[in-house]
Design a protein around this ligand. Structure first.
Ligand code: BG6
Ligand code: MG
Length: 220
């Protein structure tokens, strides 16, 4: 069996991916830039400042704002996002996740979090899941967003496990690439993801027997 399972947060543990989308959409609208669901897919797993840079590039506006203005825009996006996090509660944990976390502990499989969100600690707290994660990688210490494997490697190091003994779970294309680059097995959540070692349509299909079978099939 795997020694650890490492989770992405936004879009895997809870549906904050949608809240990021709404906050960016409203900031972009002020700049006359349209952010649709397809553009939002490219922002998943990407840090706050990198997301802003992409949105400005899509709007052909990357030269229009000073560093200071960009920082202000990112701060305002975050204020909108943080306000929307007030709606989070333990009921916001996506289907299948809470039961899987409990079962992983029963099976003595370590549990890690690999989110590049600086808001991850407060989200985990609002979801009532602080005790369920053996180690959460610190996004503040990470230099490169996904698809760089840095955050997944940091999570493995914090858990004291080798990536080759772990499964990573992701809803973003950049995240699946990051898991693959780290040397972990990748489990993608969503219909459109490419290159995942296993793809499930939603978190509702996630459970321990499925992870065990996935692991055994990849190691036979
Ligand atoms: C990732 C999200 O988890 O965190 C991205 O998928 C987001 O959409 C990134 O931009 C950074 O989040 P935050 O909370 O630090 O702005
Ligand atoms: Mg995600």
């Amino acid at each position: 069996k795997p020694q650890a399972v490492i989770f992405d947060l936004d879009g895997v543990v809870t549906d904050t991916a949608h809240l990021h989308f709404l906050a960016w959409q409203s900031i972009a609208a002020e700049l006359d830039i349209t952010v649709d669901e397809q553009i939002n897919e490219q922002l998943k797993g990407i840090s706050r400042m990198d997301s802003l840079a992409r949105i400005l590039r899509i709007g052909g506006a990357e030269q229009r704002y000073s560093e200071q203005e960009k920082n202000r825009l990112a701060e305002r996006k975050n204020a909108l996002y943080v306000a929307s996090l007030q709606q989070l509660s333990p009921a916001s944990v996506l289907p299948g996740i809470a039961a899987l976390l409990e079962e992983l502990h029963r099976q003595d499989v370590r549990v890690g979090l690999a989110s590049v969100s600086l808001n991850a600690p407060r989200i985990i707290k609002a979801l009532g899941l602080v005790e369920q994660f053996d180690f959460c990688a610190d996004a503040g210490q990470i230099k490169h967003s996904k698809p760089d494997p840095e955050i997944f490697i940091a999570a493995c190091a914090g858990l004291g496990v080798s990536p080759a003994n772990c499964i990573g779970i992701e809803d973003a294309q950049a995240g699946v690439e990051a898991i693959n680059a780290s040397g972990m097995l990748s489990l993608g959540i969503g219909e459109q993801l490419k290159h995942a070692d296993l793809l499930l349509p939603t978190t509702a299909q996630l459970n321990w027997p499925l992870l065990q079978t996935f692991w055994l099939n990849q190691h036979s």
